[in-house]
Design a protein around this ligand. Structure first.
Ligand SMILES: *[C@@H]1O[C@H](CO)[C@@H](O)[C@H](O)[C@H]1NC(C)=O
Ligand SMILES: *[C@@H]1O[C@H](CO)[C@@H](O)[C@H](O)[C@H]1NC(C)=O
Ligand SMILES: *[C@@H]1O[C@H](CO)[C@@H](O)[C@H](O)[C@H]1NC(C)=O
Length: 468
């Protein structure tokens, strides 16, 4: 899958050894071939609050046709704005890098320009990563190269850099922490889908290098991530624990022996229409970097058989001609909304923990079905065994719609609670705030003009692009 012989590029000349970190992560970003890009950036209104330190970002995106949810993040001084795909399934944040760049989808002005700020390979964030193929760091000042591969076979190669992130905290303070991320100068996307249009990935996994871990080790926020994506393409992301409701959240613990840095829970049992399916003991990874949900072959077959049985004899017919997803149905007339057909479908439930006092994660039909541009309804649960996930099961964005999901790294647990994601919990209670599409001119979690982050003229003299 990965090609370790890919050319590495020095962001600065004069050093001869490379320290390579290699990561393979699960996130599988399903990109429909005719993905339309939602260029409207939604902004959300929020006033300063005397709460502790959390950072909140408005989120835009959707499961279909876009295939991802993203935030806008300012990096550098002067700050430049990047749209980043929110990924709790991987640790490393990276942005398209003007080094120069292969496989970049952004114009030069919207790429990150390194500024003699590469991270030395002797740094803890480089050497401290427990990766399978770590090479010795020959010269402590060498740049720290990385190569990251995603399970949809997309990949990014680059070097780690450190720069400031202008952030506005919920308590009204502004901070400029220096955080480490990847400057990705070689992106490949061998699959059938077009390369992701975002400038990069916001890595929020459990590893030390994830942005939330770095903010927490700097004492800025707690290592807690909250995301809330709704069906209408809006929502929020927060780092820190202030938005976590004090009651009503269903919590389940993270697996202790997770083989990776993923947010893996389990084992869970699969229920359909509140009845057992016979599928038990499945481990599930919560991964906002995945558009759809992937079940292993056994769970996939069980669910598909039950749904097919239900749909049989109803108005819906197979729509094999619709290639949007593997399993689609059509009605007599093109469908406009999942609400037109949800009567034919039942709720799927994941039960974590014991049978009697387990934690239930309910997935109503509108959170596992999509309506395609052709007006058909398709199943947003895919066969993970088919893409080589073996016994991993991934819960992706489609299941996350309409709930607040909390990744609590402080207490090693994951929580969820139904939410419309248009309002911030706690803040709404305290301040009667209403998050809507109203513009919030001061930014929201980040500083600087929301749309002014493309000026690269001030730092262009500092980088060279020597190749090996
Ligand atoms: C807000 O939180 C940050 C980080 O915890 C802290 O450094 C800062 O002093 C706080 N500001 C206020 C006004 O309380
Ligand atoms: C899921 O994928 C596996 C591996 O390709 C395949 O053997 C199995 O038949 C698939 N299941 C269904 C229901 O299509
Ligand atoms: C918030 O918005 C909803 C829907 O627009 C409205 O019904 C409600 O009254 C608003 N609440 C406040 C506190 O402004």
């Amino acid at each position: 899958m990965m090609n370790p012989k890919r050319e590495t590029r020095k962001l600065f000349p004069g050093v001869y050894f490379f320290f390579f970190i290699y990561l393979l992560v699960l996130s599988a970003r399903f990109q429909p071939s005719e993905a339309t890009k939602d260029s409207s950036v939604r902004q959300v209104k929020l006033q300063n609050h005397r709460l502790g330190s959390s950072i909140v970002f408005p989120v835009s995106g959707n499961v279909y046709p876009l295939g991802y949810y993203y935030v806008l993040l300012n990096i550098g001084n002067p700050p430049k704005l990047f749209d980043l795909d929110i990924d709790t399934g991987s640790d490393l944040t990276w942005v398209q890098c003007d080094a120069p760049c292969n496989g970049c989808t952004k114009p030069l002005a919207n790429q990150y320009k390194p500024n003699r700020n590469t991270l030395p390979c002797s740094h803890l964030l480089c050497s401290g990563l427990d990766l399978p193929q770590s090479r010795p760091c020959a010269d402590p000042d060498d740049q720290c190269d990385y190569e990251i591969g995603y399970s949809d076979h997309a990949s990014s190669v680059g070097a780690l850099v450190t720069d400031e992130f202008p952030l506005r905290l919920e308590n009204g303070s502004t901070m400029h922490p220096h955080l480490t991320f990847g400057c990705g100068y070689d992106q490949q996307n061998p699959g059938p889908h077009p390369p992701p249009p975002t400038a990069g990935i916001l890595g929020l996994g459990r590893g030390k290098i994830s942005i939330s871990s770095q903010l927490s080790s700097l004492g800025v926020t707690k290592n807690v991530i909250v995301h809330c994506f709704n069906h209408n393409g809006k929502g929020f992301l927060s780092i820190g624990d202030e938005l976590v409701p004090s009651s009503g959240v269903t919590w389940t613990s993270l697996a202790r022996n997770s083989p990776s840095k993923n947010y893996m829970t389990g084992p869970a049992e699969l229920l359909f229409n509140d009845k057992t399916t016979g599928v038990k003991g499945i481990n599930l990874v919560f991964d906002s970097g995945s558009s759809y949900t992937y079940f292993n072959a056994e769970a996939y077959k069980a669910i598909l058989d039950l749904i097919r049985k239900d749909v049989k004899g109803k108005a819906l017919m197979d729509a094999k001609e619709d290639k949007s997803l593997p399993v689609c149905w059509k009605d007599k007339k093109p469908l406009k909304s999942v609400h037109d057909v949800k009567k034919y479908f039942k709720t799927i439930t994941l039960r974590f923990g014991s049978q009697k006092s387990g934690q239930l994660f309910h997935v109503p039909p509108e959170s596992y079905l999509i309506i395609t541009e052709n007006g058909n309804v398709c199943l947003g649960i895919l066969n993970g065994t088919e893409i080589g996930l073996e016994n991993y099961n991934i819960i992706g964005d489609i299941f996350f719609q309409g709930i607040m999901v909390i990744y609590d790294n402080e207490k090693q647990r994951i929580g969820w609670i139904p939410s419309d994601c248009n309002k911030l919990p706690n803040l709404d209670q305290d301040y009667g705030e209403n998050l809507s599409e109203e513009a919030y001119p001061r930014g929201f979690g980040f500083l600087g003009g929301l749309f002014s982050g493309t000026d690269s003229s001030k730092n262009k003299n500092l980088v060279s692009d020597g190749e090996l």
